[in-house]
Design a protein around this ligand. Sequence first.
Ligand code: PMP
Length: 434
Amino acid sequence: IETEFFAKFPTSSQMYQRACTLFPSGVTHDGRYMQPFPIYVDHATGSHKYDVDGNDIIDYWSGHGALIMGHSHPQMVKAVQDQVAKGTHFGACHELELEWGELVRKLVPSGEMVRFTSSGTEATMMALRVSRIATGKTKVMKFAGHFHGWHDLLAQAAEPPHDDKTYKMPGVTHGVSDELIIVRPNDLGLVEKAIAEHDPACIIVEATGSRWGVVPLEDGFLQGLRQLTADKGVLLIMDEVISGFRVAPGGMQEVCGIVPDLTSLAKIVAGGLPGGCLTGRADLMQAIAFDNPFGKKMKHPGTYNANPLSAAAGVSALKLIENGEPCRKANESGAKLRMGMNEVLTRKNVNWAVYGQFSIIKVLPGYDGPRPVDDKFVPYDNDFDRLDCKHDAQLGHAFRCALLLNGVDWFGWGAMTTAAHTDEDISFTVNAFE
Ligand code: PMP
C-alpha cells in the first residue's frame, strides 16, 4: 500500500516533509495525522475535495462534521463574500449576530438565550462554569469515552481504557482532574449512585454517544438521564457540537423530545467557519450577565466571539437547514452507505461491522457480534460496553490509505455524510470499501 500511496500523492509527500520540521508530527490537528503522510487538499466543492496532486476524492470528513450542505454551497459562499467586503471584524455588536442568535433560539428546543464562542471546546468549558456559578457546586460528571473538546477538565478520559482510575491527562493538574467524575454510559443506576456520592453541579453527555457514536446511547437513556437529573437537582448539559443541526434542525434533543438545561453547539452552527455557542435556560445563562442573580459573573471575553464572517456563514447555513430537508438527505445517504458496506462485509464474510445513526457512520474492525440488519444495530445482545474496543492505530492508517488510494477520504474510523452526497458517491464509496 505504501508504495502505491507515495506514487499517487507525491506532492503531498513533499509537503509533509516540509511540515515535519514545522509542526509537531507535521500536523495541525491530532486527527489529521496519518502514516505514511496525510494528503494536502487544494480545494473542495459539494461532496468532493481535490488534492495538490489533482486527485478527485469523495470527502467524508465534511469539515470535521461542520459542513452539512457539503463544501462551498453557493449561497453560503456569497454570504461570506458579501460580508468580507463589508468588514471582517468590527470589534462591536452587529445585526448579523442578532439574526444568528435568533435562528439558534428558534431551532434548538432548549435555546432561550445564547452566547457565541469561537469553538466547541469553549462552549463546553463555558457550560461547566455557568453550571458551577448557578449551582454553587464544583464537581462535573461525564461519561467514559465521551469527547467534549480539549480544555483541562473535559479532555480527561475521552479514550479507552476508562477503568484505569489512576490515569491523569498529561499536562493537566490533579486539582482539576479531581473535580471530575467519570461514569460508564448507558447505566442510569450507576449515574444515580454517583450523584448521591458526589453531588455534582452538572452532567455533560455527548448526544450521539461516545466519540460521535462508537458506543451509541441505548434507546431511552437520554430521556432517563433528563428525568434523573431533574429529580436530583443536577444540571444536564447536552453536547450537541456534532449532532446539532445535523441529525435534525433542532439536534438530538428535538429527535428525543427532551429539553436539557444547557446545550453546547459548534461546527454546523457556524457554517464551516470557526464558531460555537452555548444556549439554554435564560436563568442559567444570566451567569454571564453583568448584573446577575448569582452575584458572580462568569467572565467571557474572546476576540472572535460572534465574528461577522462566522455569523454570515452561520446564518446562511441555518436558513438552509431550517426546513429539515438537508438533514433528511444527509441521513438517507448515511443509511444507504451503512447498508451497502455491511452488505459487502456479509458477502465477503469479514468480521467487521458498519453502524451508526443519521448521517454518522462508524466502522468497527474485528467485531464478532451480529451485524446490523436493515440498519438496526443490536450489538452483542445489547452489551454496548463491548463496542468500546480500542481501534488499532496501525490498521487505521492502512484502512485510510487504502480508501484514499480508491478515491475516498474516510474520517478516521468514522464518516459523516452531507446533503451534497449523491447516490453515485455512495455506490462509488461502497465499491472503494470492497
Ligand atoms: N464536543 C464534541 C461532541 C465534539 O465532537 C467536539 C469536536 N469534535 C468538541 C466538543 C470540540 O469542538 P471544537 O473542535 O470546535 O473545539
